[in-house]
Design a protein around this ligand. Structure first.
Ligand SMILES: Nc1ncnc2c1ncn2[C@@H]1O[C@H](COP(=O)(O)OP(=O)(O)OP(=O)(O)O)[C@@H](O)[C@H]1O
Length: 342
């Protein structure tokens, strides 16, 4: 069990201090998949990084199995980190090494002998479905395969906890599904406690047992996923839930061929949950990148000048321009999901 109590993190910032985490209290039960979701800048990464002390809290405690790890010295932290695996959005692999050598890396650090390392690598490869890739350089792998290497490396030292920092955010929807299934499978097989951060409600819906919503460094709502989905209390969480359910509905309508598509367009769904306004965003996309944005479906409400809701768009134009437009939309304060390309 992980107990986070009155956790604060303050960073030095221009003109003073910035409070990134402001009194977080969370209890993460053993063997569960616990999701932490919130908008960009909410403090998700900072929070997950306090669970292995990559980020030292300014105040408060992180208690793992009865011990406050915020008080650990460097040598105890090194030992602790072997029990906590972590995977990352951009995989953080050693590109000059093969799959097998990447998986072996934490075992080398732990001082295991060569024969034992080989045996452990051989055990891990089939677990993540990469038994035929041991000698392949990781630069030659797809994103999903790279994340599988990341997972095998994270599991190498038999950790009790797996931290996932936006582990599927760089992957397409199908690959996301397969990685989420793998994480759920590992959680069950090894009774691993999984803490994952995401900005995608779908990830929470798919595999999490419990969820905490974070905004401005504070937990605004937390509880079992089913409860939060059926009875969200705060306006922001209600919007997240509505967006997720609408996404589900849209996928069914798309599968049924309900929308009139043009040829060669890229279908994207933008979810507004506060932040950028949709009109200036779309206008500037069309103007800057010479692409067309065909709105197939829209359901946006404005609450105190802040848009909440969904737009289903088809972007058409020169492929490079469409890519640039997508990168621009992604850089704004909205959630973007590429649904498919014709
Ligand atoms: N080392 C640092 N120094 C100063 N400020 C920081 C530092 N790390 C994070 N912050 C600030 O703390 C806030 C929370 O950042 P954090 O990365 O935890 O958010 P997040 O919810 O993970 O966002 P995103 O989804 O965009 O990654 C942000 O305003 C960020 O600028």
């Amino acid at each position: 069990m992980i107990e986070i109590r009155n956790l604060k993190k303050v960073f030095p910032a221009a003109g003073g201090l910035f409070t990134a985490l402001d009194g977080i209290n969370l209890t993460i039960p053993e063997g569960k998949i616990y999701g932490i979701i919130g908008p960009s800048g909410a403090g998700k990464s900072t929070l997950i990084r306090t669970i292995n002390m990559l980020e030292r809290p300014s105040e408060g405690s992180v208690v793992i199995d009865g011990e406050d790890i915020a008080r650990f010295d460097d040598s105890r932290l090194r030992a602790l980190r072997q029990q906590i695996g972590m995977i990352f959005q951009h995989f953080n692999l050693l590109t000059s090494r093969t799959v097998g050598e990447n998986i072996a890396f934490p075992l080398e650090i732990a001082g295991m002998d060569k024969a034992q390392i080989r045996a452990r690598v051989k055990e891990l490869l089939p677990l993540v479905g990469l038994e035929d890739k041991e000698d392949t350089y990781v630069a030659h792998l797809s994103g999903g395969q790279k994340q599988r290497v990341g997972i095998a490396r994270a599991l190498a030292n038999h950790p009790k906890i797996l931290l996932c920092d936006e582990a599927t955010s760089a992957l397409d929807p199908q690959t996301t599904q397969s990685i989420l299934r793998l994480i759920a499978d590992i959680n069950r097989r090894f009774n691993l406690t999984v803490v994952l951060i995401t900005h995608e409600m779908q990830v929470i819906q798919e595999i999490c047992d419990e969820v905490a919503f974070i905004e401005g460094g504070r937990i605004i709502e937390a509880g079992p996923v089913r409860e939060v989905f059926t009875n969200p209390r705060s306006p922001v969480v209600k919007e997240f839930v509505r967006g997720a359910l609408e996404g589900e509905k849209l996928r069914h309508l798309l599968a049924a061929g309900t929308f009139q598509r043009s040829n060669g367009g890229r279908l994207i769904r933008i979810t507004f949950a506060g932040g950028a306004t949709e009109e200036p965003l779309l206008a500037s996309v069309i103007r800057r990148f010479s692409v067309d944005a065909n709105i197939l479906f829209g359901n946006i409400d404005t609450v105190r000048e802040t848009p909440f809701g969904t737009l289903l768009l088809e972007l058409t134009g020169e492929a490079v321009k469409v890519d640039e437009a997508l990168a621009y939309i992604r850089s704004r304060d909205v959630k973007v999901e590429v649904i498919d390309r014709e």
